[in-house]
Design a protein around this ligand. Structure first.
Ligand SMILES: [Zn+2]
Length: 227
């Protein structure tokens, strides 16, 4: 007669354990889906980036909040835009965005950017402008990072990609009141050969910055042309 009682006791324990597990799972879901996003939103509400409205030509596909690619830390000031190349020829903007998102599971490194510009000129936003990304070493705390896709090892951007990069960077400079000299390469932060083509061809980098400056405001020659 002892054995059935023990089974009943075990069942009781199992039920209690299941109850605890279910409660813990419900709390985890509540934390992940509601409380953590809410706490990040509250912590970043007063940042300059929180006031910027994202235009519809940017596809927002934000990373989950996680320690390895979107820590949810406020970006309290924006003093520059840092341009990178993905260093992975032919990968798409979505590939790179998904790689950043998967770091929340693989935890293999710390990496992300606010935006990825793709081979067809598509733009994906991964991290809100009110939060830091993990891209630019000790300038993570005061810059917006853009990763740019490229078709081959040279790292040169395709015309469609470059056009979208110019449009996006001009939009960011206007939104945060930045000047041309606040558009920098990853190379200018840490000496890393990134974005490769625009480190190895400084004249191409200067031309790119001039294009962005021209997209930001009427060019001085247009102003002086007025009699
Ligand atoms: Zn870089």
């Amino acid at each position: 007669m002892d054995a059935p009682k023990r089974r009943r006791r075990l069942k009781g324990w199992a039920r209690a354990a299941l109850g605890v597990l279910a409660g813990a799972a419900a709390l985890a879901v509540l934390w992940l889906l509601v409380l953590r996003p809410l706490s990040v939103r509250l912590a970043t509400a007063g940042t300059p980036g929180a006031q910027v409205e994202i235009p519809d030509w940017i596809d927002q596909d934000l990373l989950p909040i996680n320690s390895h690619s979107r820590p949810g830390r406020p970006l309290r000031q924006v003093n520059g835009v840092v341009i990178h190349y993905v260093g992975n020829p032919s990968s798409t903007a979505q590939n790179n965005r998904d790689y950043f998102a998967n770091l929340s599971l693989t935890r293999s490194t710390y990496a992300s950017s606010h935006f990825v510009v793709g081979l067809e000129g598509e733009i994906i936003q991964c991290v809100p402008l009110s939060e830091i990304s993990f891209c630019s070493n000790d300038r993570n705390d005061d810059t917006i990072a853009i990763e740019v896709c490229h078709p081959d090892e040279t790292g040169e951007f395709l015309p469609e990609t470059r056009d979208s990069l110019v449009r996006l960077t001009a939009f960011l400079c206007e939104s945060f009141g930045l000047e041309e000299d606040q558009i920098i390469r990853h190379y200018d932060v840490s000496g890393k050969i990134c974005p490769r083509y625009y480190v190895e061809h400084p004249e191409a980098w200067d031309a790119l910055k001039e294009q962005i400056a021209a997209a930001m405001a009427p060019s001085p020659s247009a102003e002086t042309a007025v009699p």
